[in-house]
Design a protein around this ligand. Structure first.
Ligand SMILES: NC(=O)c1ccc[n+]([C@@H]2O[C@H](COP(=O)([O-])OP(=O)(O)OC[C@H]3O[C@@H](n4cnc5c(N)ncnc54)[C@H](O)[C@@H]3O)[C@@H](O)[C@H]2O)c1
Length: 248
């Protein structure tokens, strides 16, 4: 393993790393941001809900910006400003996302476009805006939050969501090839996670080998692995973090 100029001298696994995290106001993104702060990262937190971001991270050392990730010009502006503030960007966590489910025949073009726009195009715009910074560093990382729905969409009503997440998995592989060796690009595929997004949905935990849904911290820890040097030889990977739902 090569020496890392930003390798921490203490046990913090992300010391000196500057990481953009989208969707940080809630759920998986929020818990990941908290974990990354604990692990020494300087975090740049993006969400369309800036009030929730402020409340969640009040008093903590974080750069906060309210932005809708589907608005590429605004995303570019916010990332350029944040990169200047922190002096660089070494990693991205794309956790912002929406889930809309429903009968395919009733799926409106607006909803279809919105789900693809946020989950797939928004993730791409964030990555693209961060690229000039990421490329300056030999050890940069991108982790996209896809979904088990992108691996095994075997429930009704998932057309738009599953297509967006399948797109995220393909985007991850394409970028891993494109951006190597400076930037490693991986994705996680959670099963159901206990967050506001999952409110009102009931998982059939009988389909999960571990017979339970995940806590957001369990997804965050997988992203810590993929963002830290512990995964220095991992790129283009699709990591199912789903209690064993999709392997059988
Ligand atoms: N919760 C689950 O069961 C589950 C399972 C698999 C995958 N995921 C994925 O994990 C990611 C995080 O989901 P979560 O469960 O934490 O959901 P959540 O609803 O708790 O959080 C999502 C966050 O993304 C933000 N967001 C949504 N659209 C945005 C936009 N256009 N611009 C900026 N911010 C935006 C929201 O404001 C919110 O803070 C999503 O990509 C989701 O698809 C979730």
């Amino acid at each position: 393993m090569p020496d890392n100029p930003s390798k921490p001298s203490n046990n913090a696994r992300l010391a000196g790393r500057r990481i953009v995290i989208t969707g940080a106001a809630s759920g998986i993104g929020r818990v990941t941001a908290g974990l990354f702060i604990e692990e020494g990262a300087k975090v740049i937190l993006l969400d369309r809900n800036v009030d929730a971001l402020r409340t969640a991270f009040e008093g903590l050392d974080a750069v906060i910006a309210g932005v809708d990730i589907t608005r590429e010009e605004k995303v570019a502006e916010v990332i350029a400003h944040a990169g200047k503030t922190t002096g660089g960007i070494d990693g991205v966590i794309n956790a912002a996302g929406i889930m809309v489910t429903g009968p395919t025949a009733e799926l409106s073009p607006q909803i279809w476009r919105q789900v693809i726009d946020v989950n797939l195009s928004g993730s791409f715009f964030v990555i693209q805006s961060c690229l000039p910074w990421l490329r300056r560093n030999e050890f940069s990382t991108i982790v996209n939050v896809a979904s088990g729905a992108g691996l095994l969409p075997n429930a009704p009503g998932l057309a738009a969501y599953a297509a967006s997440k399948g797109g995220v998995i393909a985007l991850t592989k394409a970028l891993a090839a494109d951006l190597a060796p400076n930037v490693r690009v991986n994705c996680v595929c959670p099963g159901m996670v206990d967050t506001p997004m999952a409110d009102g949905f009931r998982a059939n935990v009988g389909n999960y080998a571990l017979k339970r849904i995940a806590a957001p911290a369990e997804i965050a820890r997988a992203m810590l692995f993929l963002t830290s040097l512990e995964s220095s030889y991992v790129t283009g990977a699709t990591l199912a973090v789903d209690g064993g739902r999709t392997f059988h």
